[in-house]
Design a protein around this ligand. Structure first.
Ligand code: GAR
Length: 197
């Protein structure tokens, strides 16, 4: 059974979708929920369910990302993760960390990569007038929102969509896409998952 650590900074709805899928005959189990924020909703949810949690606040490190990442490594190591899933983890990781996890760390991003890396993806889709939007799960490399694509889910942008309506619809797709990709990834299958929402 593979051990999965999930990193988040907020509500953790993607983490919940992953955890709820990792039961029964699933070849992985959650071993840790990690956050840079003690008040992240996902930390409370995990703790209530008896899933181990760890928090390393990034702020005292004052931008010393290697020191922040060394502390993350020290705190996750005792939990023995085989795979890290970033799920709304809002700190950029340097090559010093990502290189330790090459081929073993994946991320979900709310756009159809390679379009719209970074923040404010939904507003940027509307500004560009795109007909299609969605989300992507990819392997994490040192470059932001880059790395081999493991799955995408698409939706059609509708008349009257706002950044908020798009965010809500994309998030629902994320909850379908991420567990589907993780199942394949755990089995060593990197064939992209494609979902039309
Ligand atoms: C999700 O939409 C995720 O794709 C996005 O943050 C949200 C987290 O929601 N991630 C990023 O923007 C990463 N740069 P959640 O906490 O409910 O899973």
């Amino acid at each position: 059974t593979k051990r999965v650590a999930i990193f988040l900074s907020g509500g953790g709805s993607n983490m919940r979708a992953l955890v709820e899928d990792m039961t029964g005959d699933h070849p992985a189990r959650p071993c840790l929920v990690f956050s840079n924020r003690a008040d992240a909703g996902g930390i409370a949810w995990a703790r209530d369910r008896g899933i181990p949690t760890e928090v390393v606040d990034h702020r005292p490190f004052k931008g010393d990302r290697p020191a922040f990442e060394a502390e993350i490594s020290a705190r996750i190591a005792p939990h023995g993760p085989d795979i890290i899933c970033l799920a709304g983890f809002m700190r950029q990781l340097t090559g010093g960390f990502t290189d330790l996890w090459t081929g073993r760390m994946i991320n979900i991003h709310p756009s159809l990569l390679p379009k719209y890396k970074g923040l404010h993806t939904h507003a940027r889709v509307l500004e560009a007038g795109d007909a299609l939007h969605g989300c992507t799960v990819h392997e994490v490399t040192a470059a932001l929102d880059d790395g081999p694509i493991l799955g995408q889910a698409t939706l059609k942008v509708a008349e009257g969509d706002t950044p908020d309506t798009l965010a809500a619809r994309v998030l629902k797709l994320e909850h379908r896409l991420y567990p589907a990709v993780l199942r394949r990834f755990v089995a060593g299958d990197r064939t992209p998952v494609l979902i039309e929402g």
